[in-house]
Design a protein around this ligand. Structure first.
Ligand SMILES: CC(C)(COP(=O)(O)OP(=O)(O)OC[C@H]1O[C@@H](n2cnc3c(N)ncnc32)[C@H](O)[C@@H]1OP(=O)(O)O)[C@@H](O)C(=O)NCCC(=O)NCCS
Length: 157
């Protein structure tokens, strides 16, 4: 069966998404990213999921009200019950010919949750392309790094 490792969602930012200064509130975008990480991992694991960790969130560009925002989730790594989802946000002005620009990125660790409310095993990731292998190796490196940093501390794996 074909594995589904990618999910894309877009929305136009509206006035009620704005902060005090008129740009889109960072928390609104982070919520959008968490939703996409959740949907990407639910689509892969076919289960309920929980967000366990968010690493290296970067805000590279402010986002304006009226911008067309596309958020993409990509499963990069699958452990036993956890998945790393790379989440990117691109912004585009639909009334111009300018190409979309990368506004944010982050790495979400999502955990598959079974009916008993505990983490449950997810199917292994089948690597089909060199690009997927590269993403997998980089994600495995990140996981090893945070596990090395505090191996006995569940708060900071
Ligand atoms: C995420 C959670 C289910 C993990 O439970 P747990 O008892 O620590 O589970 P385990 O120790 O068995 O770990 C399960 C997996 O999660 C990973 N994990 C757990 N906490 C992690 C963390 N802080 N960072 C990265 N990975 C983590 C483990 O590495 C393990 O991965 P693997 O199975 O692929 O090897 C639990 O900590 C939790 O419920 N947290 C709150 C989640 C939440 O409320 N999120 C916001 C709303 S969705």
């Amino acid at each position: 069966m074909e594995q589904k490792t990618k999910l894309v969602m877009s929305q136009i930012m509206e006035a009620h998404h704005a902060n005090l200064f008129g740009d889109v509130h960072g928390g609104v975008i982070m919520r959008f990213m968490d939703n996409v990480a959740g949907a990407t991992s639910v689509q892969y694991a076919k289960s309920r999921v929980a967000t366990a960790r968010v690493d290296e969130i970067q805000f590279m560009l402010p986002i304006s009200v009226g911008a067309f925002v596309t958020c993409t989730g990509q499963i990069a790594y699958v452990g036993n019950s956890s998945m790393e989802v790379i989440v990117t946000v691109d912004v585009e002005n639909l009334s111009s010919d300018e190409p979309p620009q990368r506004a944010l990125s982050a790495f979400f660790t999502m955990v598959s949750i079974g009916e008993d409310g505990r983490p449950q095993k997810v199917k292994p990731l089948f690597i089909e392309t060199e690009e997927q292998q590269k993403l997998y190796d980089m994600a495995a490196g990140r996981r090893a790094k945070y596990q090395r940093r505090a191996p006995s501390d569940k708060q900071d794996r």
